[in-house]
Design a protein around this ligand. Sequence first.
Ligand code: 5GP
Ligand code: ZN
Length: 114
Amino acid sequence: MGDCIFCKIVKKEIPSTMVYEDENVIAFRDIAPQAPCHVLVVPRQHVCDVHEIATEDSDIMADLFGAVKAVVAKECLAERGYRLVINSGDDGGQAVPHLHVHVIGKRKLSGTMG
Ligand code: 5GP
Ligand code: ZN
């Protein structure tokens, strides 16, 4: 956890372009955007991935998706559509082991699932 990049962004120890913040969640622009809009929505609490979320922590997913909706509204993505991605583990292509939702939009995305 000590060297987790996203924990450092949460603590503002490394800079990011913030899009949205609330008590439990932050959202910032991806450093290597795959589309004109590419935002990462991240719980402030360090959770590696969806499997680490205990049933009693289910508020995390509700908080995360509440923030996703706020980002979609702020970035005006609803009308044209957008894609949400959660990579999990090695096969899922997760590079940063701190749970996050990619919000990707403002271009026509291909239908590929990888
Ligand atoms: P993953 O592959 O884990 O689902 O996605 C990690 C994402 O984090 C990648 O899209 C990558 O570009 C982004 N990323 C990695 N390091 C940083 C960083 O230091 N700042 C920001 N803003 N994004 C990062
Ligand atoms: Zn972390």
